[in-house]
Write a protein that binds this ligand. Structure first.
Ligand code: NAP
Length: 311
């Protein structure tokens, strides 16, 4: 008899195949009345799977009183009520490390395409504007100062690539990290003032809400760029739009937004912005590795083995 699990939101296809093979999967997101659906399976569910963005609310945990493990797809868990899980003795797992390199590649795609105006230039060629004259010149990336807000697993992978571009690397976090040769800034605005390119790579959630605000954008300045691959919540989005429209900063490359998948029309209208639909980890290989870590955590729990990546 296969064990039963609740699937709060779908995950990558390879993970779905594995879950369906190993377990009886109750597909919560398809239920017209999720509350009633959870109540109908509550006596059998000790394991639930969700995604970092969809997360899990306290009421969903209450609806599954026997829940012991919440395995989440994604490294960020700001969508999960961690305090509520802790209170109820529910262990949460996420998918760290396996996505670092691809998220760093995405960050660099945004850095280069924003500063070197790759997307603008692509539009320039397609519209036949080249026939009337050369495209405007751009700023450069090589040799500039790069500031990273959140020098964690992903931030470090971004920094490693920056050394290949001959850049000076600075970072901001709640504390200085003694094992890196990069310059520490205790204040995000001071880092912004120093940086030509400011990359946000910290987690989302209450602690980092609008960490990039008007003050930081002013400090960044009219010849510098903002790149965000963290969460939309880390940036004061209306302030960013105003800064881009007024030329307070030179441009922005954004993978994440406050109200995904809805992106403010004002951003879509701007030429000095490159937009991506939250694809930081979005390669076949990385999404499969993330899915495997989810299913390995679930398998470990049912086998009584230690979990691979508890939060
Ligand atoms: P991590 O290893 O935990 O690193 C997070 C870093 O943020 C740490 O260096 C931490 O340093 C810093 N930080 C935490 N709270 C802070 C605060 N209040 N102020 C300033 N810095 C703070 O996490 P990770 O694995 O690198 O992932 C980072 C985030 O990237 C995830 O949480 C997720 O939101 C995002 N992400 C996005 C995508 C995408 O598709 N765009 C994909 C994967 C991940 P201190 O402890 O010293 O403050």
């Amino acid at each position: 008899m296969k064990p039963e699990i609740a699937l709060i939101s779908p995950i990558h296809a390879t993970g779905m195949v594995e879950l369906n093979e190993q377990y009886i999967v109750h597909r919560v997101w398809e239920a017209p009345d999720p509350k009633a659906f959870l109540a109908s399976i509550a006596d059998r569910i000790e394991v639930a799977v969700t995604s970092g963005l969809r997360g899990a609310k306290a009421w969903e945990m209450d609806a599954l009183p026997r829940l012991k493990l919440l395995a989440s797809f994604g490294v960020g868990y700001d969508g999960i009520d961690i305090a509520a899980a802790k209170q109820r003795g529910i262990i949460v797992t996420n998918t760290p490390d396996v996505l670092n390199e691809c998220v760093a590649d995405t960050t660099w795609t945004l850095i280069l395409s924003t500063v070197r105006r790759t997307v603008f230039n692509d539009r320039y060629v397609r519209a036949g504007r080249w026939l009337s004259g050369p495209a405007p010149l751009s700023d450069k990336v090589w040799g500039e100062n790069i500031g990273i807000v959140g020098l964690g697993r992903i931030g470090r992978a971004i920094a490693r690539r920056a050394t290949g571009f001959g850049m000076q690397i600075g970072y901001h976090g709640r504390s200085e990290q003694k094992d890196v040769p990069y310059r520490y800034f205790a204040d995000a605005a001071e880092l912004a003032r120093w940086a030509k390119i400011l990359v946000v790579a910290c987690p989302g959630g209450k602690g980092t809400e609008k960490i990039i605000d008007e003050r930081v954008l002013q400090a960044l300045g009219s010849d510098s760029y903002l790149i965000n691959i963290s969460r939309g919540s880390t940036i004061d989005e209306p302030a960013l739009i105003r800064a881009l429209q007024a030329g307070t900063i030179a441009g922005a490359g954004l993978d994440v937004f406050v109200d995904e998948p809805r992106v403010p029309e004002a951003l879509c209208q701007l030429d000095n912005v490159v937009l991506q639909p939250h694809v930081g980890s979005g390669t076949h290989a990385t999404r499969a590795a993330m899915a495997k870590l989810v299913t390995d955590n679930v398998a470990a729990w049912f086998a009584g083995r230690p979990l691979l990546s508890p939060v």
